[in-house]
Design a protein around this ligand. Structure first.
Ligand code: CTP
Ligand code: MG
Length: 549
């Protein structure tokens, strides 16, 4: 339970750093305000959960005006916040000031009667607005300003980045265009809360928490929604049996293993989501995976959802990634740049397979940042050593302890610019000894590979596991070749970037997002003969000059 409280308190989401903060040279030593902001973030997850419980999701294809819509909904109570978005039609998220208003709204809603169809009478906070007035004329529909829930297409991003004046600014602009918005984060918590209402039919005391990129700070608009069904808060777990006298305990069904319990819970809840869950489609139960899950699409939000249970280590790694992302604004920006680059070249894919995952890629960026001189972020072992007694966390024999108090973390002063780091990242992995070495953010140093696999990245908490064991040698070779090519492109940009031009030809990061020459091409081979270290030296020199000017 204590472990869970920590997870609860520390995994948080907040408004992300803005452009000015991204560009500012970080001064980590005396920034108490910054630490205060981070501490506050630790309670934001609980706040967002509570917000979500006071919210409803309404399909508004019959809305004739925002004013009328709000007037109608205000009948049930004070509206604190609302916004519209498009996803197979117009939807609105409406947050009331109190939960009683939601109850009153639900009380007045009708069960639809549709000819030739029968309804499962499962009531939820997903509703449709009906109107008796005529519907659908163009000017009536145009009243609402919609909040985008998807990132701009890559072609548009390339154009946008080409107009920036430095690679640093390009990376910052990319982060801003792709990161989750306030509205999108609210929608993610609302979907968790709607799902909780379904799971609560069996487990009234359960919670459903988002984890992974929805909350770790590295999520891109459109990323999947990873959810964790949390049953550890159920009362009775910590009730101590008296040493003498009478007492009662629950009579419960037992199973062979923890895993079997998780599988049967997910199987039943998956069935419930499939048969009763409003808006939930394409439900797949993937119960034999290492981490059993139920996958489905939540149509009203447009989110691809993965529901897991008993997955506390993943909650810890989410918390760790979040912490690293908050330590220095360059961490998030670099991860966004690299993730976007990887997506543009199909290094990563939404389809499971032998590809490198975003999670692995993020750990690779963290490792690279630990290997800078001086290091930009500390090792996980160091974060563990700084931990206080309240931070102690052991999950299934895995030591998941690390410090939660940001102010205890001393950061070395390394002022390398983002553009320089991006280039160094590609150069670092273009020549990394993948054949012999394993990437290890716990030690912050490569270790001998414990097994023969193309890519070995140690799981930070379950240290005997390799988070990239799915990756085959073809995919790794492609990654390395693309890293080499990218160093070359950045070198070109550094020497002939059309700085200041109103951005016609893609350059710098924008050029990296365009199709690159495939490995095996003659031109690429010729360039590769030149030692990487020589190439990068001249490139870094020119980048430094650009930065100073
Ligand atoms: N995770 C893990 N070990 C793995 C894979 C995943 O601990 N081998 C955890 C990580 O905390 C990860 C989360 O599960 O962040 C969700 O996994 P996934 O959805 O694959 O990655 P995301 O970080 O959410 O990235 P994406 O935006 O691609 O969904
Ligand atoms: Mg995810």
């Amino acid at each position: 339970h204590q472990v869970l409280n920590q997870v609860h308190n520390h995994t948080s989401v907040g408004t992300h750093v803005g452009a000015s903060q991204v560009q500012a040279a970080p001064d980590h030593h005396s920034d108490e305000k910054e630490n205060e902001r981070r501490r506050l973030l630790h309670v934001v997850q609980a706040e967002r959960q509570e917000q979500a419980e006071r919210s409803v999701l309404i399909s508004c294809h019959a809305t004739n005006s925002e004013k009328k819509f709000l007037k109608h909904l205000s009948k049930y109570g004070d509206i604190k916040k609302h916004f519209f978005y498009q996803s197979f039609g117009l939807y609105a998220v409406v947050e009331y000031s109190s939960q009683e208003s939601v109850a009153s709204l639900l009380e007045h809603a009708a069960i639809p009667t549709v000819n030739h169809e029968s309804m499962v009478p499962f009531k939820s906070r997903l509703l449709s607005l009906r109107s008796l007035a005529s519907v659908g004329s163009a000017d009536q529909q145009s009243g609402q300003h919609c909040q985008p829930q998807t990132s701009p297409p890559i072609s548009e991003l390339i154009q946008r980045l080409s107009r920036e004046e430095s690679i640093d600014q390009q990376i910052t602009a990319l982060t801003e265009a792709y990161q989750l918005t306030e509205e999108n984060i609210r929608l993610r918590f609302l979907v968790c809360s709607l799902l909780k209402d379904i799971a609560a039919a069996y487990f009234p005391e359960c919670t459903i928490r988002p984890f992974g990129s929805s909350v770790n700070g590295f999520g891109k608009l459109g990323c999947d929604l990873d959810m964790f069904l949390d049953l550890d808060g159920i009362s009775g777990r910590n009730v101590k049996m008296p040493r003498s006298g009478l007492s009662l305990e629950y009579h419960m069904k037992s199973a062979n293993s923890e895993r079997a319990v998780t599988q049967s819970i997910l199987s039943v809840i998956g069935e419930c989501v499939d048969k009763f869950g409003p808006g939930c489609v394409g439900v797949q139960k993937i119960l034999n995976a290492r981490c059993p899950l139920v996958r489905f699409a939540h149509q009203p939000s447009g989110f691809q959802c993965d529901l897991t249970a008993n997955n506390r280590v993943a909650m810890k790694s989410t918390e760790l990634l979040y912490l690293y992302g908050e330590l220095d604004p360059r961490v998030r920006s670099l991860v966004f740049g690299v993730r976007c680059w990887a997506q543009a070249h199909s290094v990563t894919s939404r389809i499971p397979g032998a590809w490198i995952t975003n999670f692995s890629l993020t750990v690779m960026v963290l490792f690279f940042l630990q290997r800078r001189s001086p290091p930009i972020i500390p090792t996980l072992d160091h974060l563990r050593d700084l931990a206080g007694p309240a931070d102690k966390s052991v999950i299934e024999d895995n030591d998941c302890t690390f410090v939660s108090d940001f102010s205890k973390i001393h950061i070395h002063r390394n002022t390398a610019a983002l553009g320089q780091l991006l280039c160094e990242f590609f150069d670092f992995y273009a020549s990394f000894a993948f054949n012999k070495m394993s990437i290890n953010i716990r030690k912050g140093k490569e270790q001998n590979k414990p097994e023969v696999v193309p890519l070995h990245i140690q799981n930070p908490f379950e240290t005997s596991l390799n988070i990239s064991k799915n990756v085959n040698s073809t995919q790794l070779e492609r990654f390395v070749a693309l890293c080499r090519e990218s160093v070359w492109i950045l070198q070109q940009s550094a020497t002939n970037s059309p700085s200041g031009e109103s951005g016609a030809t893609p350059w710098g990061l924008a050029a990296l997002l365009q199709p690159l020459q495939v490995p095996g091409n003659k031109g690429r081979k010729r360039r590769s003969r030149e030692p990487a270290s020589e190439r990068i030296k001249s490139l870094l020199e020119s980048l430094k000059i650009k930065n100073q000017s």
